[in-house]
Design a protein around this ligand. Sequence first.
Ligand code: SF4
Length: 183
Amino acid sequence: MFTDGRSRKVVFVAHCLLNQNAISDQTAVYPAAFRDVVDFFLERDVGIVQMPCPELCCLGLDRGDPAGGTREVTVENTRIRAAMADPGPHEMLMRLADLVLLQIREYHKHGFQILGIVGANRSPNCGVDTTSADNQELPGRGLFMEELERRLTARGLSLPMVGLKASDNVPAKLQNLLSGPQS
Ligand code: SF4
């Protein structure tokens, strides 16, 4: 089964790394995408699974406040983090995490190589190494990454996770996914 042209290798990537149009107001760095992320994986025949943007799905493109872009990023991110705890957004966040887990489990069940999860550091949702809280960038996971990790652990699965920023040496950080444990 699946002995066709596909590589049977996938990576799960935060939505905005592939579509900067989804990111919160005044934080997009590129017109469309992190091209070096796309190039890195395509050069290695790795299929790129774009995860949903939790904030767009839970709060809307303006994150529920058209003035959000006027605030300092970590201040606005802290507001976003708090807004995600409201019942409606929280329920949607759980559904999105379930949806991503379902896909991971399908690839895992069929023996595909899942290189890992690529998040966006400083994000209140997709941060891997750092997130935003208390109006600062702090060590820790974003809410969405936390939920994904919780679900993976509950299923006995573990995937390498890497968090990126535009200022990073992106290929060097992604290289870590090639040497990490595979699930
Ligand atoms: S970091 Fe996550 S929540 Fe924030 S814009 Fe990107 S995909 Fe959406």
